[in-house]
Write a protein that binds this ligand. Structure first.
Ligand code: FEC
Length: 313
């Protein structure tokens, strides 16, 4: 039976369900190529280091999807139904679209739990969703980015302010502090296709810094993949070394490319970058992640509503 509601496909990276699921997950990330035993052991080690092998992204994505449903219900009662689709784990993006089709949904909007667009990130999520939607005769529209949404900026600004206050208190009034905004690195070849990823990340960083009154900041990359091709740099660990050499005693970490706590934040920042900061004699304070902050939920809901009003009404 046709369903007059608009389906909202909320997409996120996905994480294994348990330690047993790591091989399947990693093989999917590597487009069907199984990881070597060394790669597998290395990834297992990182998950084990993060709270003994739990996978917080699973619950975080569930909570954000529920939060978005509530925000949409508050904005436009009865108009939207949220479905989940994950890039590298179940329910996969295609499963989410199939669930909509099974419910008779005829019109859908896709949105990714990542504010910045890259052909290799949001673009590839949307391509998979669109292909499946076409196959199942569902009209599909996409929210490609929301990196400058005023509510997103407000939520990030308040996080930067709190982390700065904590850092200032720990390091002392007279010490210079450096804010490091960061996001997941991507292969350098994204520059060949005029990918907007870098420009959008810089735009978010500079607006948040301006609003929070932070003048001493830099953008740096993190979490580069373990492949042979060159990835965008400098990496946060290199940048921190330079910052320490310049005499700083305090660093604020703002991983603005991510929206919840998961491996790339809990390991790469909270374990790896923290250890490096200690060795370099610096205090590092990370901003809280957005999670289900009502301002973030409203950013998502508003972005969905804008696209759906433009396309479906
Ligand atoms: O907590 C978790 O279980 C999942 C954490 C996680 C997030 C995440 C986000 C992004 N990734 C992006 C791009 C790439 C590219 C490759 C790649 C590889 C990995 C591996 C793991 C992993 N990623 Fe990820 N990513 C997360 C986890 N990612 C694990 C495999 C081991 C490794 O290299 O560390 C390279 C693929 C290849 O081999 O060809 C490219 C981008 C994002 C941020 C946007 C988004 O969320 O989609 C971009 C979270």
């Amino acid at each position: 039976m046709a369903n007059s509601k608009i389906g909202v496909l909320v997409m996120s990276y996905g994480t294994p369900e348990s330690m047993d699921g790591i091989v399947e997950y990693y093989t999917h990330i590597r487009r069907g190529h199984a990881p070597t035993p060394e790669q597998l052991a290395e990834l297992r080690g990182r998950y084990e280091a993060v709270a003994g092998g739990v996978f917080p992204l699973r619950e975080n994505t569930n909570r954000q999807a529920e939060g978005l449903q509530k925000a949409l219900d508050a904005m436009a009662p009865g108009r939207y139904v949220v479905y989940q689709g994950l890039k590298h784990a179940r329910p996969y993006i295609e499963d989410g679209v199939e669930a909509m089709a099974a419910d008779g949904v005829k019109q859908a909007v896709g949105i990714v739990l990542a504010p910045h667009y890259s052909t290799m990130s949001v673009g590839s999520y949307m391509q998979r969703a669109r292909e499946k939607a076409e196959e199942l005769s569902i009209k599909f529209a996409s929210v490609d980015s929301y990196h400058l949404h005023p509510k997103l900026i407000e939520a990030l600004e308040s996080r930067v302010n709190s982390a700065f206050a904590e850092l200032r208190e720990a390091v002392g009034e007279d010490q210079p502090l450096k804010a490091l905004f960061s996001a997941h690195s991507l292969p350098v070849r994204i520059r060949e296709v005029n990918d907007p990823y870098e420009e959008q990340l810089l735009a978010t960083s500079s607006l948040v810094a301006e609003r929070a009154g932070v003048t001493d900041w830099a953008f740096t990359w993190q979490s580069a993949g373990r492949t042979r091709e060159p990835w965008l740099g400098p990496d946060i660990l290199e940048t921190m070394k330079e910052v320490a050499e310049a005499g700083y005693k305090g660093v604020l970490s703002a991983p603005i490319g991510f929206v919840s706590e998961h491996l790339e934040v809990l390991y790469d920042i909270d374990i790896e970058a923290q250890a490096a900061a200690k060795e370099l004699g610096m205090k590092l304070v990370r901003i809280d992640m957005l999670g289900t902050d009502p301002l973030y939920m409203e950013t998502l809901a508003d972005s969905v509503e804008q696209v759906s009003r433009a396309v479906y009404i």
